[in-house]
Write a protein that binds this ligand. Structure first.
Ligand SMILES: Cc1cc2nc3c(=O)[nH]c(=O)nc-3n(C[C@H](O)[C@H](O)[C@H](O)COP(=O)(O)OP(=O)(O)OC[C@H]3O[C@@H](n4cnc5c(N)ncnc54)[C@H](O)[C@@H]3O)c2cc1C
Length: 329
């Protein structure tokens, strides 16, 4: 049982359980969820904010934890020159122009915010990618360090994180506004009421072969077996022309390597304020999405933009929701 959940949302019927809905409920404790919760708590002091994380504290942080968290920044700490153009180009023109512009303009301020207000240290390191790119900015200790550092802030600012609690569905009121989530915690099911909910729970379908087959472009087909006689690059389709070299001089070393999908594309459609939209383009009252849950990329996505996107839009969404909460009274 999560003490944080019981403290933040006392069961109805108890003396403490009369506090009403949370001001903000965030689902997911990765870069996107944490940035949202911290930004909201900062901008709406005294409000009630809770982050739900399905994993244990030890396993928290989703994909963010497993990344180097490289940022596509130039040496001067601003987005690389090709930041916007590569997002457009690799999405084959399908990514939303407003989102790309918002990301590019607000990425550097988000990184400064983390460094100056939340103790995240950054450094510039060579990447491990098989591309000819130069060093990139990243949090010291990578994504795991980012999560550890950022997870300190919600509690410092009066919010909390409940581990081992899985959101299973959204609840709505009679007008269709989202008013909380159903959760499973161990064997227990319960409803958590919230004025606003942010989905920052990753998502994607890399574990679903059927959806992968339908939505991901097939790659690597038609690769011929390596030709005999050391002609490793001859006759391959597509031609291996970028990094292929003959292996003819020792010493040789070998590492086991296997392929994995970093993330799949698509997601919930949002506007640049991170409000989730209906298929008709109308914002759904009370519902926001950030990070991988929100659909920005299509087809392909330039490296070192995804954690940055989660942080930038998370920070934005937190401030936006604080403002909406204040004006709603
Ligand atoms: C190996 C690897 C390397 C990468 N390298 C980079 C890089 O260098 N730069 C870069 O920009 N991007 C990189 N990426 C992509 C990047 O890590 C992700 O896109 C980004 O971290 C997503 O952040 P997020 O907050 O949206 O989701 P996540 O970090 O995945 O967080 C989602 C959280 O939600 C929780 N959750 C899920 N469902 C529920 C539920 N129902 N209820 C409660 N909690 C739930 C999860 O447990 C998780 O903690 C890499 C990805 C991988 C796998």
């Amino acid at each position: 049982m999560s003490d944080a959940l019981d403290t933040a949302v006392p069961s109805a019927g108890t003396a403490a359980g009369t506090a009403g809905p949370l001001d903000l409920l965030v689902v997911g404790c990765g870069a996107g969820g944490l940035a949202t919760a911290v930004s909201f708590a900062e901008n709406a002091p005294g409000s009630r904010v809770l982050v739900l994380e399905r994993s244990s504290r030890y396993d928290r942080g989703g994909n963010t934890t497993w990344t180097g968290s490289f940022f596509r920044f130039a040496a001067d700490g601003a987005p690389a020159d090709d930041f916007e153009s590569r997002l457009h180009e690799l999405s084959e023109g399908q990514s939303d122009t407003d989102h790309i512009k918002t990301l590019s303009l607000n990425a550097a301020p988000a990184v400064r915010w983390l460094a100056e207000h939340h103790g995240v240290e950054f450094e510039t390191r060579p990447t491990y990618f098989v591309t000819a790119r130069g060093p990139r900015l990243m949090p010291a200790c990578g994504g795991a360090g980012l999560v550890d550092q950022l997870a300190k802030s919600p509690e410092r600012l009066g919010g909390s994180i409940a581990y081992g609690v899985r959101a299973t569905s959204l609840s709505t009121d009679a007008l269709g506004a989202v008013n909380g989530v159903e959760v499973r915690e161990g064997g227990r099911l319960r409803h958590i009421a919230a004025r606003r909910t942010v989905l920052a729970c990753g998502g994607g379908f890399r574990g679903n072969p059927d959806l992968l087959g339908r939505h991901m472009k097939a790659t690597g087909r038609g690769l011929s077996p390596i030709a005999p006689g050391g002609k490793h690059t001859v006759g391959l389709v597509p031609p291996k022309s970028n990094w292929a070299v003959e292996l003819d001089t020792g010493p040789f070393m070998a590492w086991p390597v296997h392929c994995a999908i970093t993330f799949t594309h698509g997601g919930l459609r949002t506007d640049a304020r991170s409000r989730v939209l209906t298929p008709a383009g109308t914002p759904i009252d009370g519902l926001y999405a950030v990070g991988e849950t929100a659909g920005l990329s299509y087809s392909r996505c330039p490296g070192a933009t995804s954690v940055l996107r989660a942080l930038t839009f998370g920070r934005f969404a937190g401030a936006e929701i604080a403002q909406v909460t204040a004006s709603a009274g």
